[in-house]
Design a protein around this ligand. Structure first.
Ligand code: ADP
Ligand code: MG
Length: 363
């Protein structure tokens, strides 16, 4: 064993540093000796600042700290599932936690703590469902839209013929209604069918896209509504279709404006996320473009299904905006996620930034 270790001094380190689980090693006095990079990320602090600190200063939960101390004293492993811990004053994570006392002969004892972040796994499972459902509904909607679209031309043409034959102004009003309603339906099915041109993929500066969308919506923005920017200007360009990105973000911003009503704040925020999983795929770098509003939030009853077509919480809504945005972003290998509570609703558009192709499976 010792011999192996000497031959491959780095391999254990490499494994631990690239594990998806958080690994912490405490000494017999429950002071931190080691934390791996995923752990640093979860605690939002560098190893340099954490090593040497005692357990109770890292995890703000007395019962858990006691249980871990007890495990070390008794020499018994300790496990807690879906355990909620506060890793910093304003960040809580849910983890599956296992603590193993290490007591090999001739070595100081210690406590090895391993944590797997749960909300991350739940999130991935949820996304996979979302992607599958989205694909199924998308084809259903397209077929329906085609069926509705076909007779519309005939109805409109016939109503126009009729209109010409009618002499009374009052009767012509009725044909006028038929025609304008047909036009409305036509627009609706065109939206349901989505863009019918192939995407024109180029390198796109997402801040230009956001500025454009902002400019368009500001024309008739209620006076009490403010659009704030919080851009990370180091965000690299995205490989995508500019018009589709404009449309996808426009739908999100329109929804935010509708949500806040006469008064409120909308924030356009961009960030880079590292080692992010979208669907099955893990990417090294992902652009995170968020539209945040301080409106009342997505109604509880709709939260699970707002990305489905025809799901709307507004009397004059079509319920298509989010379904279309989601499918446009899916075409960019990305995903839209939503987190909402009263006063804080975040729609995040996540698009991989890795070089074209399939991303980094091993990353
Ligand atoms: N920012 C938001 N705040 C609160 N609710 C929202 C927000 N965005 C979307 N929603 C909810 O999701 C529903 C679906 O949105 P969408 O697909 O754009 O369709 P529509 O806007 O036509 O209703 C909206 O009707 C609304 O109830
Ligand atoms: Mg909408």
């Amino acid at each position: 064993m010792t011999h192996d270790r000497a031959m491959t001094p780095d391999i254990h380190k490499r494994i631990i540093e690239h594990l998806n689980s958080v690994v912490l090693m405490f000494d017999e006095g429950l002071k931190l000796q080691y934390i791996n990079p995923v752990g640093e990320m979860m605690f939002g602090m560098s190893s340099h600042h954490m090593v040497g600190q005692s357990l109770s200063r890292l995890i703000y939960r007395t019962d858990l700290v006691q249980a871990l101390g007890g495990a070390l004293d008794a020499g018994h492993p300790f496990t807690e599932r879906e355990c909620e811990i506060e890793v910093s004053p304003n960040k809580t994570v849910i983890v599956d936690l296992t603590a193993i006392p290490l007591m090999e002969p001739n070595q100081p004892s210690g406590l090895l703590v391993e944590m797997t972040q749960m909300d991350r796994q739940l999130r991935i499972a949820k996304e996979e469902n979302l992607l599958a459902l989205n694909q199924a509904t998308r084809s259903l909607v397209r077929n329906m839209a085609h069926e509705i679209k076909n007779p519309l031309g005939g109805i409109r043409g016939t109503a126009q013929l009729l209109e010409r034959e009618l002499e009374e102004e009052e009767l012509r009003e009725h044909t006028g209604i038929i025609i304008s309603e047909v036009d409305r339906l036509q627009k609706l099915v065109d939206r349901m069918l989505g863009p019918n041109t192939l995407p024109q993929m180029k390198m796109v500066n997402i801040h230009e896209v956001l500025e454009r969308v902002k400019q368009i919506v500001e024309v008739d923005l209620p006076e009490g509504v403010n659009i704030r920017r919080d851009y990370d200007i180091s965000l690299p360009e995205i490989y995508g279709d500019k018009d589709q990105l404009i449309q996808a973000l426009m739908n999100l911003i329109r929804n935010a404006i509708q949500a806040v009503g006469h008064e409120g704040e909308i924030t356009l925020k961009t960030r880079v996320q590292r080692q992010y999983t979208i669907g099955h795929q893990r990417y090294r770098l992902v652009a995170d473009i968020s539209v945040i509003d301080n409106g009342p939030g997505v109604p509880e009853s709709l939260q699970e299904k707002i990305f489905f077509p025809m799901v709307t919480g507004r009397s004059d809504g079509s319920g298509l905006g989010l379904a279309i945005s989601q499918s446009l972003i899916n075409q960019h290998r990305g995903l839209i996620e939503c987190r909402s509570q009263p006063g804080n609703t975040v729609f995040s558009v996540l698009i991989p930034l890795d070089d074209h192709g399939d991303g980094d499976k091993h990353g």
